[in-house]
Design a protein around this ligand. Structure first.
Ligand SMILES: [Fe+2]
Length: 409
């Protein structure tokens, strides 16, 4: 008994295109594929130019089982395949004669079909050996979608190709849909993780400034200033994003500074100042160290692979917390490191932090105007601040003033 074509699938007809210039061969395809029909429905077969098929035929449930389109030329086959794709009903299997007179030959037609339907499975059917299967694969890749059948073929060969390649086509389609679904899910989960991470960072930054009300929206502005500086220095988009996200955490270590010092209205004594200076290391410690083995916990929950202190956000936040009071000339704290040894993100934050501190009123000083702040920053160029960072600031100083005004509410 012949294999039942309809049994090869469970969602719609097997769609076959057969191209051959010989009327007898086309008739053979028709008899083999359509002649016996299918138990579930009435197979459809059509012969003529592809352009007419899809305009005139109302595809419907009566065509369950098999849809066969026969074409007598390479050009006709390409057109039929193109219309099928446009109609959202691409062929699963294309039987393609190789030698055909006039217009495209079979290989050229297959190349043309490949250009718009990468998933088409093409079976070259030929009596000639002037093109070996190897040659054909080279011209019409990929190899897993190209097949070869010697004429004269048998009915069993044609039916088996149609059945198995259609099943393969569906499996690949389902796999692809599954993979796309997984990718969407991963993207969605990544966005959720990212959102909660940002949320936590902003809350942490807010907690850091909570006791020190005078700073107002200082942290938000510092984030914006560092973004402007990083862009002006031509840093890549990832760095720009990271630095603007993490610089607001620069003073998170002030959580560990006693109220009597942090909130003192007057100037700090040298001893108090030394205690205040600890906020850099405390901040780096809060960010860098793994609190209570949370990395292991996340790994255990399969939430993160190698995150924790390796997380680029945490790493940069920690670097900024530690280095934002270092000076270009090495006279800063806590490390007294100098020049390019100070991470660039800390050099950016240093200038941003000082600009904002100058503009803001403090218990021990008035707010300075933009011009006053600008002049004071200029004094620190090359000593306190990286000269390149200062240049970047100079180019964008108007924007700094605008940001201060807009983000001071
Ligand atoms: Fe600080």
């Amino acid at each position: 008994m012949e294999p039942d074509l309809a049994a090869a699938h469970d969602d719609g007809p097997v769609r076959v295109l057969a191209v051959d210039d010989e009327p007898a061969i086309r008739e053979a395809y028709r008899k083999i594929l359509v002649g016996r029909g299918t138990p579930e429905g009435h197979p459809l077969w059509l012969e003529g130019t592809g352009a007419l098929f899809f305009e005139e035929v109302a595809w419907g449930p009566t065509h369950q089982g098999l849809e066969l389109v026969l074409c007598d030329s390479g050009d006709g086959g390409v057109e039929a395949a193109r219309l099928a794709v446009a109609a959202g009903r691409p062929f699963h299997v294309v039987f393609m004669d190789v030698r055909m007179p006039g217009g495209r030959d079979g290989i050229e037609a297959a190349e043309a079909i490949r250009a718009f339907d990468g998933r088409a499975q093409i079976v070259f059917v030929t009596a000639y050996m002037d093109q070996t299967p190897d040659d054909m694969v080279l011209r019409v890749p990929p190899v897993d979608r190209l097949f070869y059948l010697q004429k004269p073929f048998t009915a069993a060969e044609i039916r088996q190709f149609a059945r198995s390649l259609s099943a393969k086509w569906r499996v690949e389609r389902d796999l692809q849909a599954h993979q796309e679904g997984l990718e969407r899910l991963v993207q969605q989960r990544t966005r959720e993780v990212e959102r909660s991470r940002l949320d936590i960072i902003l809350r942490l930054a807010k907690a850091g400034e909570y006791r020190d009300e005078a700073t107002g929206r200082h942290i938000v502005r510092v984030g914006e200033y560092t973004r402007v500086l990083a862009e002006a220095l031509g840093m890549d988009a990832k760095f720009v994003r990271l630095v603007s996200l993490t610089s607001p955490l620069h003073d998170i270590g002030k959580i560990g500074v006693p109220d009597g010092i942090l909130l003192k209205p007057g100037r700090l004594t040298p001893r108090e100042f030394r205690i205040m200076q600890r906020h850099c290391r405390i901040g780096a410690d809060i960010l860098q160290n793994d609190p209570s083995g949370i990395t292991n916990l996340l790994r255990h929950l399969s939430l993160e692979e190698t995150e924790g202190a390796d997380n680029p956000i945490i790493r940069m936040a920690s670097s900024i917390a530690l280095g934002h009071h270092e000076r270009w000339d090495g006279q800063g704290y806590p490390g007294g490191i100098r020049g390019a040894d100070i991470p660039i993100e800390a050099r950016l934050t240093a200038l941003a932090d000082v600009y904002d501190a100058l503009r803001s009123p403090r218990p021990y000083k008035e707010a300075f105007s933009h011009e006053q702040a600008d002049a004071l920053l200029a004094e620190g160029a090359g000593t306190q601040f990286d000269p390149d960072v200062f240049d970047a600031y100079r180019r964008k100083s108007t924007l700094f003033d605008e940001l201060y005004r807009t983000l001071t509410a």
